[in-house]
Design a binder for this molecule. Structure first.
Ligand code: E4P
Length: 218
């Protein structure tokens, strides 16, 4: 399973990249705003800075919600770097834009997906990635993981090439479940990835190994 980091924070992206297990980055307009990035020039420069840190795909989201302007924005975004994947919302014009980009060989990430039907449409339009938001479903008492299982099953039935990118991951259990359910990618915060490291028996075991080594060598 690929690990993407869901942030526009350059320090966190660098820390995840330095860990050696990072496969890409997802951003969204809220994450860009959180970093205080505004204005087209600054936004484009920031995407370039992210691309310069990582080796994998970087999702950059369009702001437009109509077909013509989504195409215009997407075509500009892909000029930033070859790692850019155009992130497009799951709306009617978004599906048209995904189909347009897919026909042109431009990679897309269909975002804000909350149902299997939406995921089916994204795959039929030729999206490179589909982003079901599992944490936000959990927040409203639906099981986000059920949706991942459903989409993985549907895509498997027909051999769709669209990759299931489990988004809105909130913690380590989401990551483990995504891997169990066969998601192609998960995107989440650095804290969720680092939480995978933790086990009390690792800590106590290491402490004992080091203490025994010290005793034997003193
Ligand atoms: C996905 O690409 C989104 O950026 C993201 O995962 C949303 O996560 P959130 O629900 O934690 O905001």
């Amino acid at each position: 399973m690929k690990f993407f980091i869901d942030t526009a924070n350059l320090a966190e992206i660098k820390e995840a990249q330095d860990l050696g297990v990072l496969d890409g980055v997802t951003t969204n307009p809220s994450l860009m705003a959180k970093e205080g990035i505004s204005g087209k020039d600054n936004v484009f420069k920031h995407y370039k800075a992210i691309c310069d840190i990582v080796t994998g795909d970087v999702s950059a989201e369009v702001i437009a919600t109509d077909f013509a302007n989504m195409i215009k924005e997407g075509e500009e975004l892909v000029t930033i770097d070859e790692k850019i994947v155009v992130k497009i919302p799951m709306i009617k014009d978004g599906i048209k834009a995904i189909k347009y980009f897919s026909d042109k060989g431009i990679r897309t990430n269909c975002t804000l997906v909350f149902s299997a039907g939406q995921a089916l449409l994204a795959a039929k339009a030729g999206a490179t990635y589909v982003s079901p938001f599992i944490g936000r479903l959990d927040d409203i008492s639906y099981d986000g993981m059920d949706l991942i299982a459903q989409i993985v099953n549907i895509y498997g039935n027909y051999g769709y090439e669209t990759q299931v990118l489990a988004a809105s991951v909130r913690g380590p259990m989401h990551i483990i479940k995504c891997a169990e359910y066969g998601a192609d990618v998960m995107t989440g915060p650095l804290s969720a990835m680092l939480a995978l490291l933790k086990h009390p028996l690792t800590d106590s075991g290491l402490e004992k190994f080091l203490a025994d080594h010290k005793k034997a060598n003193s």
